[in-house]
Design a binder for this molecule. Sequence first.
Ligand code: APR
Length: 252
Amino acid sequence: MALLAALVAPLAELLSAATRVTVLTGAGVSAASGVPTFRGAGGLWKQHRPESLTTAEAFARDPALAWEWYAWRRSTIAACRPNRAHEVISGWSRHYADFTLITQNVDGLHEAAGTRRVVRMHGSLWELQCSDRCAAAPARWEDRRADFVELPPRCPHCDGLVRPGVVWFGESLDTEVMKQCEAALDCDLFLTIGTSSVVYPAASLAPEAKRRGAYTVEINPEAPPASATLDLAIQAPAEVALDALDRSARAS
Ligand code: APR
């Protein structure tokens, strides 16, 4: 604990001096809330192959199977609450006038913690879209049901299948979302928290922010290969490191 306090103290000073702060989060930030990560210890992809569930081809082949996975994730995550890491990030989003949170997470926990200026790279588990993109349906709409009477659910407008409002492997990211990510790379401090940094383009953001002059920090209890290229790696769980950082910043 003393070691962690010593590690975060200089970072707390940088946070106090910074005016432009960007945070990128991945599944690890929600681990303490009970949301399973994809990779790493206990990761979901140890039990399921991504391409068998989360691609457009997999959905076309077996929409009921894909929906069983998403219905399970919805009911698991519906019972989860934001943890200390979400709370600290939410506090920063109110403190800094120039703050962006870029998240790969689709669980909605940053929003539940009241975080402002959230850019969702991979969409939201709590949104749906018509898989036929029928003209009558909005591009996406919110639907927070955890239990569906009928799986796969149907589009209320054309009775076609609906799909989750998330970005699947092999799909392009929304261009407006990419513009917001790009703009947030010009910052004083860029923190990448709880991501294995293997999925692109998210994995390219911290190195690019560093190239543009940001001080870059990674927080992860494991040490993903990307850590070595950044300015500081804090090898600790997000909820512990961010709590220590927040306390240190308040004390200084
Ligand atoms: N605090 C911080 N990091 C943690 C914690 C914790 N308490 N617990 C685990 N981690 C770290 C793991 O060490 C791992 O490096 O979180 C990381 C989670 O990595 P992934 O499961 O690969 O999640 P992520 O990087 O968000 O995945 C990217 O892959 O499957 C797709 O679309 C999905 O958005 C996801 C993308």
